[in-house]
Design a protein around this ligand. Structure first.
Ligand code: CA2
Length: 143
């Protein structure tokens, strides 16, 4: 089993500011946790981050073209704005789980809506960086 774990804009800054919202783990810490979990299951992950919307669209297409079994995505602020990422998710057969570190529903009104969630298997939010591992487990338990 091979999973893509995709991260959107500003997540490369994780652990550097706003620890009260996002915790103290860096994105490298999250990647290490996800890699350790994948290893337990004999799975492989490709963990990526970009600040550019088109990269994320391209990676979703790449997942479909390279027979990836599932995508875990924290789209960052593109969650709330991106029809392009929504259409990319709709254009592939690969199942996608949306993850947010913070509880987007308990924050500013503009974060309450996800343009992507309806095209995803589900959404995990508010459980900190553990949400990435929970999303991975949903895919890993299936094989
Ligand atoms: O809670 C999440 O995981 C978010 O996807 C994080 C995004 C935010 O725009 C979404 O509404 C919810 C923000 C990405 C990280 O932004 C940082 C800001 C300050 C310090 C570190 C990261």
């Amino acid at each position: 089993m091979k999973l893509f774990i995709l991260n959107g804009p500003n997540l490369n800054r994780l652990g550097k500011r706003e620890p009260e919202i996002y915790g103290s783990q860096t994105l490298a810490d999250v990647e290490a946790n996800c890699s350790a979990l994948a290893e337990q299951f004999g799975a492989a992950i490709d963990f990526r981050q970009s600040n550019h919307e088109g990269d994320i669209v391209d990676w979703i297409h790449e997942a479909a073209d390279s027979n990836i079994d599932g995508i875990v995505i924290n789209p960052g602020a593109y969650t709330h704005t991106s029809i392009a990422i929504r259409d990319a998710i709709a254009s592939v057969d690969v199942p996608v789980i949306e993850v947010h570190i913070s509880n987007i529903h308990a924050r500013e009104a503009f974060r309450h809506e996800s343009k992507l969630a309806a095209e995803c298997v589900g959404q995990i939010c508010g459980l900190g960086t553990f949400g990435y591992e929970l999303a991975m487990r949903k895919f890993l338990q299936q094989k």
